[in-house]
Each structure stands twice: as structure tokens, then as C-alpha cells.
Ligand binder design. Structure first.
Ligand code: TEU
Ligand code: CA
Length: 562
């Protein structure tokens, strides 16, 4: 496995709208990020993945871009961006931008022109089709944000495709002019000195030429576009072209958000010699429990979680690089979903989850607030949400079709809504958690007085300092970055145990995912007197006795050298 800076890095994702507000309008901004760079330096992260900051009407909070080379006015100016970039680089922190090019905003100049008439040069920048007749769209596909994936446009009596909201029309990547526009925009950002791209739904950019009706799943209203829009016929050709024309010319980190990717497909996107991307985000682990869509309160069985994570650790070994995450701006808080966010167990289980993820093979991604053990928000009413995804779902499933009971759907939103991750970062115990002096665009979690960065930076036993230690260990022990992975105790439904090995060093990682004490049999050697406990969320110093029981949510990483 070739060495690379992005393989040894720890990435921190910032959702700018909720990170830090510098001007009191209740919305996070670029100056606010710059103000908080020393905090990130203290944490020890190497790279910031910045969710979109480009000009946008914010139908989907910036994932609907109306100008790729201008800054969203709520976030500040291009000078603010340049300052933030320079200040981050001064601290040895790289900036990876969020590239959203499967679709633009319907307010982008390209779309404004494309919809004007049938023969303008930008008509084929998007995907237009005639309806089936009698007011029927071209097919039965549903959008990710409820409703049909087709929007009728009276001016030319045709429909355009939008796999997300009607204000996010899909670009036609089969049009070479579109690819050239995207590549030149990317090159423009690279020449500004950014350090890479996270590529939004990049697995969807190539669609099959014919667009038949999709399968209508149980309880669904619309058909599934997946077989026709995900990992399409030209996706790898277009990414190889992107690599050849832009990515290969700079020292970048690239990660594709490849919804629906399998380990086999991942080798095509991120294979060491494929000349496409450095790595991909897979979603099998966070989609566990989603039998009929994401609105459920199903727990994630540890046995299934272990099986999925192990499959990715083993299958990519030596061929491609893993990304490691439990949270992002689309996921609920991991301590609420995979751990235990009760006051008694929250910190312990947050540290256990961090140990489990950060000692694995791959590049870890920390989502803002995860390093504090921030939790889901206690939502009780639809009026508290801002996310288009669940507001549309509520309208479709409760208000219009009455297919769901409102209370039950709100309970599922409380467990799974993306807004759980988008409540403002909790900086201190002053009003609005020090995020804003104005009214926050989305309410601050009421537990900010107990859970905030200021308190945790002073407390050496905090989740924050635990993450700081994990990040420092990654830098200190190559076995964590480049070691092999072997699952232990495969049938244990309560304990996740694995071993990493490199050049005579072995690292045993033990994580009790339950609040009950668990007996464990660890391989001989790890309880040797010279075994070194690198980290423990119970402050264990010696490995003595580790080989018998693990306490509630106990985690430890133990190193032995042959
Ligand atoms: O997410 C794509 C995606 O797969 C998720 O939106 C998923 O479909 C949704 O969260 C339901 O689980 C990317 C961005 O991360 C997301 O924030 C955007 O809303 C979406 O694309 C459209 O740009
Ligand atoms: Ca602001």
C-alpha cells in the first residue's frame, strides 16, 4: 500500500450554517470558522471537509448551487473564504471542498437559460423528457425528497429530472459541454489552493439512456430510480476524465459520496490504480435497519454492524482505501443511534464508539460536535424541523396521504432526521451555546449547558480530550494507519473485538457496545506484563485483567510488540 498524506489524516467535517455565527444573524459563516480554527488545531485534525459555501437559495441548505464560483451571501465573501483558507493552511490544516455537480440549483444561470426554449445552447445541460400524456410524467420515479422525480415546465411543455428537490435539476453529464464546465470550475478552485473535494452523490451522475418505470417498493408511492441512475454506464469514464483533466494535476484528497455502493463497485471508484478517486463513503453500516426506507426506530444490531465493517476492512485491503465515519450532516448523532445518550452512559459510550472507529483501517471523519459527544435533539413537533427531507416526507405521508400517524413519524424523525446533526455547535454554556448572539436558524440542543467545548477543553477526561488522544495515537503508531485488520469474537453480539497488525506490532481493540458487563476471552499475549494500554475509556493503565471482563461501554486499545 503506497503511503499518502490523506491516508494518515483525520478529517473534520464542518456544516458552516451551524458551526459558528460571527455577525449575529443566527447563521454560521466563514468568519466564524476562522475564529474557531485554533480549536480545531487543539483537537489535532489535519483536514477540514467544508460542506457547500457557494451561492445558493438554500432549498437544501447549500446543496443546491446557483453559482459555483461565488460565496453564499449568508456565509460572507470570497475574501472571507480566502482568509479562512490562508489561516487554515497557516495552521497546517487542509481544506477539502464539497463538490455538488450531480445537480445545480434551478436558479443557476445554466438552468435559467436551459428552460427558456428548446434550442438554446444550454437546453441539453439538463435532462428533459416529454410526459407520457394526460399530465403524466415521463416515468414513475420518486425523488429522494418525496414526490415525483420529474417537474413539469410549461414553457416548453416538458419535464426535467430532479433526483432531489424540484429546485435541484440534475445535470446531463452525457453532454461534454457540461463536463468541461465542471472541470474548469474545479480547476479554478484548485488554483486557489484548496486541497481536495468530497463529491456529492457522485455515483448518480451517469444515467441510462432509456428511463423506464422503476420498481415500486412495499408501501411506496413512486418507482425506484436506482438501477437507472446509480453507478450508471458512464460514471467511471467520467471520473477517469475528471481525474485526467483536473485531479491528477494537483496534490488532492478526493472522496466520493457513493450512495448504494458495494465493496465490488468501490474498487472501481477508489482502486489504487483506477485513477478515479482516493476513497468513497459507503453507507451499508448507517443504513442498517432501513428495511422499508429510513423512517424507523430500528436499533442497529451489533452483529450486523461488525459484519458490514469487517467486510469493508477486509475486502478493500491492499486494493483501495476505506473512509471511516458514523456521523455527517445527513446522519443522526452516533451516540444516540449506536451508543447510549443517557446522562449516565453518554460520555463512556461516545468514547467507546470513537475507539471502535478510529482504531480501524482507513481515514476517519469526525463530524462537528461528535468530538463532544453531542446528542440528537428532543424534537416533539414538525414546526421544529428545517430539513426539506423530512418536511416533505411529513407532508406526503401525513398531511396528504394519511399513510402514517403523525406522532409515529415524528418519533422516527426524532431518531433519524438530518436536523439532529444540524443543531448549532455547542461552544460554551452562555445563551445559544456561544454559537450566535442572534436567534439561531435551528434551535440549540437544550443540553448545551452540560455538553459544550469550553467545559470539555478544561476537563482532561472529556470526550474532546479522548478524541485528541485518538488522533495523536494515529500519528504515533503506523499500525493504526497501515496495519492489517482481523475480526475476533465474530459471534459475540455485545463486544466488538479486532486486531490490527503491522511489522511485528499487534493492536487489540475491545469495545463493549452494551451497558452490561461482558466476559471476553482475548488472545494470549495481550495480557502480558509488557502489553501497553494505548487508550482506555476507564483510565486503565495495565492490561492485567483485561482478558476477563469489560465494564459497561468499556473500550481499550492494547499494543504488544513481538
Ligand atoms: O446526500 C445524498 C444522499 O444520499 C442523502 O441525501 C440521502 O439520500 C438522504 O440523506 C436520505 O438518507 C447528499 C448530501 O449529503 C445531502 O445533504 C443532500 O441533501 C443530497 O446529496 C442532495 O445534494
Ligand atoms: Ca452569520
Amino acid at each position: 500500500m503506497k503511503k499518502a498524506w490523506w491516508k494518515e489524516a483525520v478529517v473534520y467535517q464542518i456544516y458552516p450554517r451551524s458551526f459558528m455565527d460571527s455577525n449575529g444573524d443566527g447563521i454560521g459563516d466563514l468568519k466564524g470558522i476562522t475564529q474557531r480554527l485554533d480549536y480545531l488545531k487543539e483537537l489535532g485534525i489535519d483536514v477540514i471537509w467544508l460542506s457547500p459555501v457557494y451561492q445558493s437559495p438554500n432549498d437544501d441548505n447549500g446543496y443546491d448551487i446557483s453559482d459555483y464560483q461565488a460565496i453564499m451571501k449568508e456565509f460572507g465573501t470570497m475574501e472571507d473564504f480566502d482568509r479562512m483558507l490562508a489561516e487554515a493552511h497557516e495552521r497546517g490544516i487542509r481544506i477539502v471542498m464539497d463538490l455538488v455537480v450531480n445537480h445545480t440549483s434551478d436558479e443557476h444561470a445554466w438552468f435559467v437559460e436551459s428552460r427558456k426554449n428548446l434550442d438554446n445552447p444550454r437546453r441539453d445541460y439538463y435532462i428533459w423528457r416529454k410526459g407520457k400524456g394526460d399530465g403524466q410524467p415521463p416515468n414513475n420515479w420518486g425523488s429522494c425528497f418525496s414526490g415525483s422525480a420529474w417537474q413539469y415546465d410549461g414553457t416548453t411543455d416538458m419535464y426535467y429530472l430532479h433526483l432531489f428537490s424540484p429546485k435541484q435539476p440534475d445535470l446531463n453529464w452525457d453532454n461534454e459541454a457540461v463536463r468541461e464546465e465542471v472541470f474548469s470550475m474545479m480547476d479554478w478552485w484548485c488554483r486557489k489552493g484548496i486541497d481536495g473535494f468530497r463529491m456529492d452523490v457522485i455515483s448518480m451522475i451517469s444515467k441510462t439512456p432509456d428511463m423506464p418505470d422503476g420498481k415500486v417498493g412495499e408501501g411506496a408511492i413512486y418507482g425506484d430510480f436506482g438501477p437507472y441512475c446509480i453507478h450508471g454506464p458512464n460514471v467511471h469514464r467520467y471520473l477517469k476524465e475528471m481525474n485526467e483533466k483536473v485531479l491528477s494535476r494537483y496534490d488532492l484528497m478526493t472522496v466520493g459520496e457513493t450512495s448504494g455502493v458495494t465493496v465490488e463497485e468501490a474498487l472501481k471508484y477508489a482502486g489504487e490504480d483506477e485513477r478515479e478517486l482516493n476513497m468513497v463513503f459507503q453507507f451499508e453500516h448507517v443504513d442498517l435497519g432501513n428495511r422499508n426506507g429510513k423512517w424507523n426506530r430500528n436499533p442497529v444490531p451489533l452483529a450486523e454492524f461488525k459484519q458490514v465493517m469487517t467486510k469493508w476492512q477486509v475486502f478493500l485491503k491492499g486494493k483501495a482505501w476505506n473512509s471511516l465515519f458514523l456521523e455527517n450532516h445527513d446522519q443522526p448523532r452516533s451516540v444516540s443511534r449506536f451508543g447510549n445518550d443517557s446522562p449516565h452512559y453518554r460520555e463512556r459510550s461516545a468514547k467507546m464508539l470513537a475507539t471502535c472507529l478510529h482504531m480501524m483501517q482507513g481515514t476517519p471523519y469526525i463530524y462537528q460536535g461528535e468530538e463532544l459527544g453531542m446528542t440528537n435533539y428532543p424534537f416533539t413537533d414538525i414546526s421544529q424541523f428545517r430539513d426539506i427531507e423530512n418536511l416533505n416526507a411529513y407532508r406526503e405521508l401525513v398531511t396528504e396521504s394519511h399513510a402514517w400517524d403523525a406522532e409515529e413519524l415524528i418519533a422516527c424523525f426524532r431518531y433519524k432526521s438530518r436536523d439532529n446533526a444540524r443543531t448549532p455547535m455547542q461552544w460554551d454554556d452562555t445563551e445559544n451555546a456561544g454559537f450566535t448572539e442572534g436567534t439561531p436558524w435551528l434551535a440549540v440542543n437544550p443540553n448545551y449547558k452540560e455538553i459544550n467545548a469550553k467545559e470539555q477543553m478544561k476537563n482532561p477526561d472529556s470526550v474532546f480530550h479522548y478524541y485528541r488522544k485518538l488522533i495523536a495515537l494515529r500519528r504515533q503508531y503506523p499500525v493504526i494507519v497501515y496495519g492489517d485488520y482481523e475480526l475476533l469474537l465474530p459471534d459475540d453480539a455485545a463486544v466488538y473485538a479486532y486486531v490490527r497488525r503491522l511489522e511485528g506490532q499487534s493492536l487489540l481493540v475491545l469495545c463493549n457496545f452494551t451497558e452490561n458487563e461482558q466476559a471476553v476471552e482475548v488472545p494470549a499475549g495481550f495480557s502480558r506484563a509488557d502489553a501497553k494500554v494505548l487508550i482506555s475509556n476507564y483510565g486503565r493503565e495495565s492490561a492485567e485483567g483485561l482478558g476477563t471482563t469489560l465494564r459497561a461501554y468499556e473500550a481499550a486499545a492494547v499494543l504488544v510488540t513481538d
